[in-house]
Design a protein around this ligand. Sequence first.
Ligand SMILES: O=C(O)CCC(=O)C(=O)O
Ligand SMILES: [Fe+2]
Length: 385
Amino acid sequence: MVEKVSNQIGHVRVTNYGSIFDVQDKGAEATNLAFTSQRIRAHTDNPYRDPFPGVQLLHCLQSAAEGGATLFIDGFRVAEELRKQDAEAFRLLATTKHPFEYRDPDEGVLLRATSPVIQLGQGDAVERITFNNRSAAALPASFPHFKEYYKAWAAFDALANSEDFSVKLLMRPGDLAIWLNGRVMHGRESYQPGGPRHIQGAYLDQDEINSTVLSALAEGVDLDAFDVHRRRADVCMEALRSLPKIFGCIRYSSSTDLSCNSSRISPFQDVVLACLMHPAFSHPDAPKMWAAAAEAQGVQPPHFAEPGSAMVTMGFSSDVVDCAELLEKVLCLEKLSGPEQAKVMGMPQAETLLPYADAGYGNTAAAPLESFQNLLHEHFRRQSS
Ligand SMILES: O=C(O)CCC(=O)C(=O)O
Ligand SMILES: [Fe+2]
């Protein structure tokens, strides 16, 4: 399947691994971390090739019985955070050409390429990320800044593997992910050994995708019809429309009230949208509701593997989700039981938010639900830009 999809977009890149590769736990026979059930930290694939594969695909045939979620990390965001936090570390990673290597003597393979972890282009804009703990080779002995360099490497690794920068996705049979390997890092959680987990992967060159899109545009194909961000916004709208009917118990009877009030409290659009969406995720029937909404739009529903993870896979950071949760509680305080009220009041932010919530209560006319469609569309577009 992953080869078929690749060849529909461009031409699959054949490497020493073949046109596709299988990732499974091979137990004692494993020759590579990929073929164990161990955790794999954030990385880009095949940094030892020149040219490196610009696009990667993973297709899930079988999930693990437990664990094995895939992590995606925007490497450009990580680099920008490092630039902000530690300019010297950023400079070292951007100016040191790091050697990467892969050897398989039995197959007569020895691949080597060098690249800085952070490649800069015009105006010092981040252009490409190359990061892989498994295939990083040694720097030459003459390198003058070992200690500072590896501290910088470790700082990048820590950011890339922190929850703040990663989106966790439990791939299920039939799920296929595709991303730019020069920007988005990936990793996986450990999983139950010897289990059924089976992932297949493939690579493409980025110019193949550019070519397919540009030639479609030249032929006048309406790319809006393939706008996945609009589809996701449509699914949200569908889920929200089904909300008021089943969510009559909260003081702010619909989530639009909540988000309108939150817009008075928070200037951050993500928080406002998270407030809009939160009631649709916290309802006990949420998985069923989203499944129906997604089916109506012909797309996969969000994953509800862990509490809070569904909203994170919809592009809300965990901080934003926490904030929406708190606002929902503060705005609905009177509806909470005594012990619940005490818990909310005990939160450090409650004191700041309560006066706003009181001022907002009843004063704001809810905006019509439809007015959020474009904001949601924009939100999803921003996530991928
Ligand atoms: O097991 C997975 O999900 C992916 C494995 C992987 O990323 C790798 O081996 O480079
Ligand atoms: Fe990988």
